[in-house]
Design a protein. Structure first.
Ligand SMILES: Cc1cc2nc3c(=O)[nH]c(=O)nc-3n(C[C@H](O)[C@H](O)[C@H](O)COP(=O)(O)OP(=O)(O)OC[C@H]3O[C@@H](n4cnc5c(N)ncnc54)[C@H](O)[C@@H]3O)c2cc1C
Ligand SMILES: Nc1ncnc2c1ncn2[C@@H]1O[C@H](COP(=O)(O)O)[C@@H](O)[C@H]1O
Lengths: 313, 249
């Protein structure tokens, strides 16, 4: 039974770009067939998007009104029912996947591999530990289903233009009512998604205020970049939590990452290691960020960002 | 509410740059500073605040680990936990095993709330709370940045990739703490003295009737390849040129 099931993340309309990266990961399992399950209240559109991912054999359309929001306690028993015909169940290592997959694993009575960064074999993987200071090779038991999350920054998106079949599937499971969705408070924004963007401009504590953080937004908008931040900037309230990059925030892999007024703590750096080019702008020549930057500029950010913006825009 | 159970894992301090043994067999931990997992300090702080508001009677700190982990439990007691339980285990404890152990303790202690960290910063797994909630067949509210209790319910704000998600869960439930849930208090010297007299029970997997599984076994460790050191530029013009040379603009 060499079959992989990927659990789709979506916002009710659009398939999360991380899923195309999970498919790339699945393609590294030689001789495996890959399906995607879409749990939603109205799944048809999302299924069409999933069916276009090259390498996918089937898309399972699982519709229930209770699936309007992705509550782990509601999704997990359905995923367990769907997992019956599969050897591997994968999800993205986003807050969606991190919330859901361990619940699935425990219901299946199996352990989980978190944050696969490379596939050495169907039951052997590499993954980061200690905030990325160490790479661990793990072997998973072969006598039970393997549940894992995929560190999406480690994989390119798969090609599109595929034509998987879409099948309506019922996931028989009793769903709990002990967990209820209330609301999502999201920053409305036309900016690119942080985890899919090819350019990211990130600001740190040095910005000093939410007002000053506009410098980062303006620069990002000018060059079509997503906005990121250090934990210190988020904690101080300059920017919302979804912008945090790092060990406990989001892992990004843009072509170019601008770290502006960010010192380069290990917990931050682990979130940007997969960036193509890291640009560091910091007034302290000793800042650790320069140790990993591809291009470094020692300067006061307030003095140079406007000029940089006008030259690149 | 009667009791809150809190997870307190002993981990390598977050300021330590971890090194791997030259043969790649394991991580060097000799003489390395060990601390309470930062997320567990936050979990404990939240439990203490709930108790101080009069909404809970007792906070119990639980650690699964080696004997020396009593040190971290003493820190938890000094912060204000009422008592502590060390589940002594010298071997590796993966999240599924930890969750099974917590479940046994839940059966014994009957807490109304369990607060764990969102992840242990050594193995970075972020699994235990979710697994425990599944085994217990109770709600999970992961990555919490705000918890409001109201009778038999908790309204929890969760830090998710899209922003802040708010969910309501019936108690008992498992909550996992994110960074911005609170700022943990500092331990004062008199509290450390007082903590020495607080109860710290030691039990074991055998006593609890849990078998340690290892479904995911680490077989090798390596230091990641360092990024090559880049170039320093003198001014904005130099930066723009360097970006253009790389074909990025
Ligand atoms: C468990 C745990 C998890 C964590 N997770 C994360 C995480 O996911 N992401 C994360 O980012 N952090 C995380 N951290 C925090 C991390 O350790 C650092 O504290 C944080 O990244 C520091 O943010 P910063 O670089 O903005 O601030 P600082 O370290 O204060 O650095 C500010 C920098 O700005 C420079 N500067 C000041 N003024 C100017 C100016 N005018 N122009 C140019 N440069 C200037 C300074 O030289 C300095 O280097 C975590 C910590 C812990 C304990
Ligand atoms: N050995 C342990 N002892 C105490 N608590 C633990 C242990 N392992 C995990 N936990 C709890 O579970 C949380 C998440 O851990 P993990 O799933 O390993 O990332 C931690 O922050 C702790 O609260």
């Amino acid at each position: 039974m060499n079959r992989i099931l990927i659990i789709a993340e979506h916002d009710g309309k659009t398939l999360n770009p991380g899923i195309a990266k999970c498919v790339s990961c699945a393609m590294q399992f030689a001789g495996y067939e890959t399906d995607i399950a879409v749990l939603a209240d109205d799944a048809a559109d999302i299924c069409r998007q999933a069916a276009g991912l090259q390498g996918v054999s089937r898309v399972l359309q699982v519709e229930r009104p209770e699936n309007a929001q992705a509550l782990a306690a509601v999704f997990a028993p359905q995923v367990v029912a769907l997992a019956a015909g599969y050897s591997h169940v994968l999800g993205p290592s986003t807050t969606f996947g991190k919330d859901l997959m361990p619940r699935v694993a425990a219901l299946l009575g199996t352990s989980q591999v978190s944050d696969i960064m490379s596939v050495s074999g169907p039951y052997e993987f590499k993954r980061p530990v200690y905030a990325g200071d160490v790479i661990q090779t793990v072997k998973a038991a072969q006598d039970s289903k393997l549940v894992a999350t995929v560190r999406i920054a480690s994989f390119p998106p798969c090609q599109t233009g595929g034509s998987a079949s879409v099948e309506l599937v019922a996931a028989d499971a009793v769903l709990p009512t002990h967990t209820r969705y209330v609301e999502l408070r999201a920053q409305a924004s036309d900016r690119p998604d942080l985890q899919a963007a090819s350019r990211v401009v990130a600001g740190g504590r040095a910005l000093g205020s939410a007002e000053n953080f506009k410098l980062i937004y303006d620069f990002a908008d000018k060059i079509g970049a997503a906005v990121g931040a250090s934990r210190a900037a988020v904690d101080a309230g300059y920017v919302s939590n979804d912008a945090q990059v790092g060990q406990t925030g989001r892992i990004v892999a843009p072509d170019v990452y601008f770290a502006i007024g960010i010192s380069g703590a290990i917990q931050h750096v682990t979130g940007i290691k997969d960036a193509g080019t890291i640009v560091a702008i910091n007034k302290d020549p000793e800042a650790p960020i320069f140790e990993i930057a591809d291009i470094g500029l020692v300067a006061d950010l307030f003095a140079i960002i406007p000029e940089l913006q006008s030259q690149l825009g | 509410m009667q009791k809150i159970l809190v997870g307190v894992k002993r981990v390598v301090d977050y300021n330590v740059r971890v090194r791997v043994k030259p043969d790649g067999s394991e991580i060097m931990t000799d003489g390395v500073k060990m601390s309470v997992n930062p997320f567990d300090e936050i979990a404990l702080e939240e439990a203490l605040r709930i108790k101080e508001k009069g909404a809970a009677e007792e906070v119990i700190a639980v650690c699964i680990g080696i004997d020396a982990a009593q040190q971290q439990l003493r820190t938890a007691l000094a912060m204000g936990a009422d008592r502590a339980i060390l589940v002594k285990e010298d071997g590796p404890v993966e999240p599924l095993t930890a969750a099974r152990i917590f479940l046994k303790l839940i059966e014994k202690e009957q807490p109304d709330l369990v607060i764990l960290g969102k992840q242990a910063i050594d193995d970075d797994n972020s699994q235990t709370g979710q697994m425990l909630a599944a085994l217990w067949d109770r709600p999970q509210a992961t990555f919490a940045s705000k918890v409001e209790l109201d009778g038999g319910k908790a309204t929890v704000t969760r830090e998710v990739d899209a922003g802040l998600e708010i969910i309501e869960v019936d108690l008992p439930a498992v909550i996992t703490a994110d960074l911005r849930l609170n700022e943990p208090r500092y331990v004062k010297l008199p509290d450390i003295m007082k903590a020495k007299r607080k109860p710290l029970d030691v039990t074991s997997l055998e006593e609890l009737g849990v078998a340690a599984t290892q479904g995911v076994e680490p077989v090798a460790f390596a230091q990641p390849q360092a990024r090559a050191r880049g170039v320093m530029v003198d001014d904005v013009a130099g930066l723009v040129q360097a970006l253009k040379d790389k074909g990025l603009f």
